[in-house]
Design a protein around this ligand. Structure first.
Ligand code: DP6
Length: 335
């Protein structure tokens, strides 16, 4: 019997990582390749400094299968399968077949369109790569996180991130300079959404007659948004953000059968952004695949914007946050 002499990871190896959600200013909605999770267009986002996910990956040579515990509940089915698929990618890179315990605490209201999969898969990719002994740079980590969930590619990156479309090797996120901005997260409804963004995205590509126009216009919006970032033009960036969000919701609503994520309160929040602008406060609304609305504004206007929407929804200020990071063993998530 031959004994492998360079085992890439010791059974019992463990790592803990933390990542934050991100909110896209120019959205990712539609895949060019489902197997590799490549987006049809690039996108631009702000990583938040609130609602982190912390994840521990512990290798265990005695485990017959991976164990996934999220927010203290053992997971099976679709959620666990997605985690296992990412671990399989990591094992393939590391040349390992050892199974792992994954324990994760997610402080974002899960699956309510607040990018819980972004922080979740960014933290998982970072912890798993380290636990299996891989030494990946930020680009490689971003590409790995992308395999778990597209938007997770951007949560590897601090502050503002552009995620490039293109081939597997090209499709990672990296930091871009941006004006001094903040976001106000207005939680309209924290319950699980009825159609996942993954399924809704698929339905959009397959059934919306407007999908090709969405792809063309988003590619243009990304170029315009990056130019606004370069020019430090916060208001132009805000206008692009709100227009792109409403176009995404329009293309989603044009599916067959249709999907509508925005509720009357979400629409009221978009109207409130317009009222704020009429009052001279540059606030712009966006929303992901759910009813919650996020308002983009100048950093020094964030508290005012929060107070001006508080009658409609619970609102908190988020600032540009850190990229995914490894944590000391003392921060391990028990389970
Ligand atoms: C509306 O990243 O959750 O938040 O790659 O299938 O996991 P998968 O999709 P996901 O989609 C996010 C969609 C969005 C827009 C965005 O974050 O850009």
């Amino acid at each position: 019997m031959t004994v492998p002499i360079d085992l890439p990871a010791e059974p019992g190896a463990e790592a803990t990582a933390r990542a934050h959600p991100n909110i896209a200013l120019v959205k990712y909605w539609g895949k060019a390749d489902t197997a590799q999770n490549l987006p049809a267009t690039g996108s631009l986002s702000m990583t938040l400094d609130i609602f982190p996910t912390t994840t521990t990956v512990r290798l265990d040579g005695a485990l017959p299968a991976d164990r996934v515990v999220l927010n203290a509940a053992e997971r099976t089915g679709v959620v666990a399968d997605r985690v296992v698929r990412l671990l399989d990618e990591v094992r393939a890179l590391a040349g390992s077949s050892i199974r792992a315990h994954v324990t994760s605490i997610n402080t974002v209201p899960s699956a309510a369109g607040l990018a819980s999969s972004a922080s979740g898969f960014a933290a998982l990719a970072t912890a798993a790569a380290s636990a299996y002994g891989l030494d990946l740079d930020a680009r490689a980590l971003s590409r790995l996180a992308r395999r778990g969930s597209g938007s997770a590619a951007r949560s590897i990156v601090p502050r503002f991130a552009v995620w490039h479309a293109g081939t597997d090797a090209q499709s990672f996120a990296e930091e871009v300079a941006a004006p001094d901005l903040a976001m106000v997260v207005a939680t309209v409804d924290a319950r699980e959404k009825s159609v996942s963004s993954r399924d809704a995205m698929k339905r959009t590509v397959l059934t919306s007659p407007f999908y090709p126009a969405w792809v063309d216009s988003t590619a243009q919006s990304l170029e315009a948004a990056l130019a606004a970032c370069r020019d430090g033009d916060a208001e132009r960036l805000g206008r692009i953000t709100e227009t792109n969000a409403l176009r995404m919701h329009a293309v989603i609503q044009s599916c067959d059968p249709p999907i509508r994520y925005l509720s009357p309160t979400s629409v009221a929040l978009f109207d409130r952004a317009a009222e704020l602008r009429a009052d001279g406060i540059a606030a712009y609304a966006t929303a992901d695949a759910g009813p919650n609305v996020v308002l983009l504004c100048a950093a020094d206007a964030a508290e005012t914007v929060r107070d001006r929407v508080a009658d409609l929804a619970e609102a908190v200020v988020a600032r540009p946050g850190p990229g995914a990071m490894l944590l000391p063993a003392s921060e391990r998530v028990a389970g």
